[in-house]
Design a protein around this ligand. Structure first.
Ligand code: R5P
Length: 259
């Protein structure tokens, strides 16, 4: 791996682990609850995140350019939650724009098994070709659209493997039963999304802990952090699991102490 590629990836995944903060939801969901004002929502969380995942619009308008935080730029879109086909995403942001914005990586959603499977896999491959030219790592997001029930080891294992085969330098997926099978079949680091807000704080911490124990490199979570009543306490507790190997019960105590 070239120095530039290693350096950018190493800024996001530090010592093999990462706590990424996803704030890209507006690109197809609009101003969802607690992310109406992205700058306000993430400002207090930035000191505890290893990387931020916004779109270029939110990065430019809501994130302080002096903030010392690596950016994993969401560069796919073209769909909306009320549109006909949620899987129909293309590259929205050129590689020159990503370089101009000084990003550490670019992110793209692939929709395996969906109507636009071929289109998203080919667009992702094109993004890999462009990004590799400049030593920029690509993050593939194994999207499931509205079909959350798809999140099992067979489907996610297939999606993650395809993403890695196409050249993803790291992959974002969901935690699931038999997650170790997904890890085993994916020869690049995996980070997990959180999905819609879970019922309890302990549930969130348990998922993170289980994912780390089974081989995830970390998290790229959004709603379960900034929709929490105590987002700073939550990201700190998640950090303790990811970077200090604290278990879920211990992290929960830390959360309660901070909340
Ligand atoms: C989809 O909306 C985005 O790619 C999110 O970044 C991703 O789903 C992670 O956020 P959450 O933890 O809220 O699922």
């Amino acid at each position: 791996m070239d120095w530039g590629m290693k350096n950018r990836l190493g800024r996001v995944i530090k010592g093999g682990r990462t706590v990424m903060l996803a704030i890209d939801h507006g690109y197809f969901l609009g101003p969802i609850s607690k992310l109406e004002d992205p700058g306000k929502a993430v400002g207090p969380l930035i000191p505890f995140a290893d990387a931020l995942m916004p779109t270029r619009g939110v990065l430019r308008n809501c994130i302080d350019p002096e903030a010392d935080i690596p950016i994993v730029l969401r560069v796919s879109g073209g769909n909306s939650i009320i549109g006909k086909d949620l899987s129909r995403e293309s590259i929205t942001t050129s590689i020159e724009e990503a370089i101009r914005l000084n990003v550490s990586a670019v992110a793209f959603s692939i929709y395996v098994g969906a109507e636009s499977e071929h289109q998203t896999l080919m667009a992702f491959s094109e993004l890999v070709n462009q990004a590799e030219r400049y030593g920029i790592p690509t993050l593939a997001v194994t999207a499931v659209g509205k079909e959350l029930e798809k999140r099992d080891a067979r489907f996610l294992g297939l999606s993650c493997r395809i993403a890695a085969e196409l050249g993803a330098r790291f992959v974002k997926t969901y935690y699931c039963d038999n997650f170790e099978k997904v890890v085993e079949g994916t020869p690049v680091p995996l980070v997990i999304a959180g999905g819609p807000k879970l019922e309890t704080d302990l549930d969130v911490l348990q998922v993170v802990s289980d994912a780390i124990k089974k081989g995830a490199a970390g998290v790229d979570m959004g709603r379960n952090v900034w929709q929490n009543e105590h987002p700073v306490a939550m990201i700190k507790a998640i950090r303790a699991i990811v970077h200090e190997n604290v278990d879920a019960a211990e992290a929960h105590k830390l959360f309660l102490g901070e909340a």
